[in-house]
Design a protein around this ligand. Structure first.
Ligand code: NAD
Length: 304
């Protein structure tokens, strides 16, 4: 089966460079009409090259594809709404949204200004929320949508000097979890990509020999899998240097403590049981946890 996107309209944010550019080229090469969004900032979000989106549009057109540029700032909801309206006006629909735009303001937490924290959350988390909100009604009406959040191992596992970035990157996983539940009945599938690739964001952090292996195209293969017609939903796909893996959040079965046993000392003495992963489960929603605990307590106390 060949994955194709003929007739599909895709918006890719931050597509003037790095991974976003590769995703835009990959989608266009397989038939999608592509909105190349990029405000053309430097890695820290300050001024960079304003024609970043135009250059990628030219590249796609020169290869026979269809594309339009947008310089909307994803952190600005009015600009995002205008971008989505323009795409709908030109091509009639929006099928795919790739929330990819991002910036870095790395510093250890004690040296990080609140403004640097906020700027990173605004682009990654609010940017993803803004773009998703702006396409949501269209996708519901169409009964079809494919949305990808871009997370990071920094959010999933932590990275020194990236408290702002890590918080935002785990935030988009929470956004996916809720919208997976809300979008399911409308044919909207939402997934998360956790990439690692050689781009201007990583070129100063990773040795050259490793960068050569970390192609953006290897990550784009994962992205294309996540936005195809047969896409899964609520998958966290990790991709880098040709390696692919899935991150999952499990909860251990844990223990029940009767009211007179509910003390910090008893939690400490039972820690190995709390950590026992043999009966761990992936819970389907927040109520799943509440009901697990309540059912266990009711059973122990003989409450029906
Ligand atoms: P990049 O700097 O090459 O590209 C990011 C693009 O986003 C830039 O072109 C920039 O102009 C654009 N952008 C920034 N703020 C914007 C805004 N407010 N509105 C619109 N566009 C904006 O970086 P990249 O490495 O290609 O990263 C792409 C995504 O992947 C980011 O979300 C990043 O956090 C994530 N990521 C990358 C890596 C990696 O190894 N490169 C690892 C983990 C996560």
């Amino acid at each position: 089966m060949t994955v194709r996107f003929d007739g599909r309209v895709a918006i890719i944010t931050g597509a003037g460079n790095g991974l976003g550019r590769s995703h835009a080229l990959g989608l266009a090469a397989r038939g999608a009409k592509v909105v190349v969004n990029d405000l053309g900032s430097a890695v820290d979000g300050n001024d960079g090259s304003r024609d970043a989106a135009d250059l990628v549009v030219e590249e796609i057109r020169s290869l026979g594809g269809e594309a339009m540029a947008s310089s909307a700032n994803v952190a600005d909801y009015a600009q995002v709404q205008a971008m989505v309206s323009k795409a709908r006006k030109k091509w009639g629909r929006v099928d795919i949204l790739v929330n990819n735009a991002g910036i870095l303001r790395d510093k250890s937490f004690s040296k990080m200004d609140v403004e640097d924290f906020k700027a990173v959350v605004d682009v990654h988390l609010m940017g993803s929320a803004n773009c998703t909100r702006a396409v949501w009604e269209t996708m519901r009406e169409q009964q079809y949508g494919r949305i990808v959040m871009t997370s990071s191992s920094s959010g999933l596992y932590g990275n020194f000097g990236q408290a702002n970035y890590g918080a935002a990157k785990m935030g988009v996983v929470g956004l996916m979890n809720a919208l997976h539940l809300e979008g399911a009945r409308y044919g909207i599938h939402i997934n998360t990509l956790s990439p690692t690739a050689a781009t201007r964001m990583t070129e100063d952090l990773v040795p050259r020999a490793c960068l050569d292996l970390m192609t953006v195209e290897s990550v784009t293969a994962g992205l294309l899998y996540l936005v195809q017609d047969q896409a899964p939903s609520r998958l966290i796909l990790c991709a880098g240097a040709g390696g692919y893996a899935v991150t999952r959040i499990y909860e251990t079965n844990g223990i029940y403590l009767a009211p007179d046993e509910q003390t910090p000392e008893n939690i400490a003495s039972n820690l190995s049981k709390l950590l026992d992963s043999r009966d761990q489960a992936m819970l389907q929603d927040a109520q799943g946890q509440t009901m697990k605990f309540v059912t266990q307590a009711a059973k122990a106390l003989g409450v029906t």
